[in-house]
Structures are given as C-alpha cells and as structure tokens.
Design a protein around this ligand. Structure first.
Ligand SMILES: N[C@@H](CCC(=O)N[C@@H](CS)C(=O)NCC(=O)O)C(=O)O
Length: 208
C-alpha cells in the first residue's frame, strides 16, 4: 500500500488533539495545518468544501474529507486497522455507542466545569455553573466506574479506539477530583500516559 496523504486541519489547542492522539497511535505521518477558529479563511473554500460548518478538526485522507473529531478517529480506525482497532460489528457498534455517549453525556459538563474552575479568568468564573456541571458529571462518571469494574479498559483488557475517543473527550477530567471514582482515575491516567496522549498534550504546548 502506498503511503496515504493525510492532512489534519486545525490548531492542536482544540479538539484537534483527539486526532493527533489517534494518528500518533497509528504511527501515521500527516501534514498539519494549524489554522485557528478565528481565521477568516476557515469560512472560505477549500475549508468550507471540506467542512461546511467552518469548524475544526477536519481530516483529509487522499482527498477524502471527514469532520467531527470522533468520526474522524472511527474512520481512521476502519481505514488503517491496527492493534487498537475495533474488529467485529459488535465492537464497531460499541465504538459508535461510546463516541455518542461521551459527546452527549460528558463533553459539555466537563468543559463547563473546566471553564468555571480553571479555564476562564477568575473574575469571569461562575461558581454556580461549576457546581451544577460537577453535579451533572456524577451520573456519567458512575456509569464509567461501573463499566471499568474488573477490566483495565472499556471493552476489556486492551486499549482500543473506544478508550482513545472517550478519554480524549475527558481531557478536562484529568484535573477533576475523582476520589469517588478510583477506577475512572486509574483508567484516565493510564490512557493519557500513552505516547499518543502525551504527543497530543505536547502539541498544544503543555510541558509534560
Ligand atoms: N462536534 C465537533 C465540534 C467542532 C468544534 O466546535 N470545533 C471548534 C474548535 S474545538 C470550532 O471549530 N469552533 C469554531 C466555531 O464554532 O466557529 C467535533 O467534535 O469535531
């Protein structure tokens, strides 16, 4: 197979980090276009041809464009089978299930918690939003804690793209007080300690 031509569009200080992690796991070289969301070019072709939402990330593989960060990772998983792949139809269904779960049940509460505890300048933080968001995190954290009983990773003993997608969306949970969710704490730290997780954090300027 010839080397694929992969372009990953968007600054690493964004959801693009989820795809940097995936491409690092797959050991696939890619051309980075670190465009930022405020760049007016994002609202023009060729970007809007690739993603009419004018958002990042976008991944273009041999001319085929995909957007939506977790859809990109599930596509890359199907296109480039690897050690972390989902193989059976049932595993692929779980890949879709967990991607939808983390985006609908976790992402917004996790981000709002981060913004109002650390992310925004202190004067702009709202303690009520932080408390409400932390409250909303309890149910999904409990679900994940239960899922991880007796297993190192979400589907069992091996790290898969399901863990990558779920843990990458839970980036801000790294800073959460997870004492009541020890299984989630261990799993999250184990996932983010991987080469791809470290590469994604370094790409956004973290010195880890
Ligand atoms: N659900 C999409 C969200 C994409 C998204 O909102 N990306 C942000 C950057 S992380 C963006 O491009 N924002 C620009 C805007 O909203 O105009 C995904 O996971 O890829």
């Amino acid at each position: 197979m010839s080397t694929p031509n992969i372009k990953l569009i968007g600054t690493p200080a964004s959801r693009v980090m989820r795809n940097i992690w995936m491409l690092t796991e797959l050991k696939l070289p890619f051309e980075a276009d670190p465009i930022v969301t405020t760049d007016p070019a994002l609202k023009q072709p060729p970007y809007t041809d690739w993603n009419p939402n004018a958002k990042i990330p976008i991944c273009v593989v041999d001319g085929f464009a995909v957007y939506e960060s977790l859809a990109i990772n599930l596509y890359l998983d199907m296109k480039f089978p690897s050690q972390i792949s989902l193989n059976s139809i049932e595993e692929k269904a779980q890949g879709i299930q967990w991607a939808m779960w983390v985006l609908t049940e976790v992402e917004m509460h996790s981000f709002n918690w981060y913004l109002n505890t650390n992310g925004k300048p202190e004067a702009e933080r709202d303690a009520n939003v932080a408390t409400t968001s932390w409250g909303k995190m309890q149910k999904p954290l409990g679900v994940l804690e239960k899922t991880l009983i007796g297993r190192a990773y979400i589907l069992g003993g091996n790290f898969t793209v399901v863990d990558l997608n779920t843990a990458s969306v839970m980036y801000r949970a790294l800073a959460m007080p997870l004492e009541n969710f020890p299984g989630v704490r261990r799993w999250l730290d184990r996932c983010w300690a991987r080469e791809g997780g470290i590469a994604a954090r370094r790409a956004r300027g973290e010195s880890i």
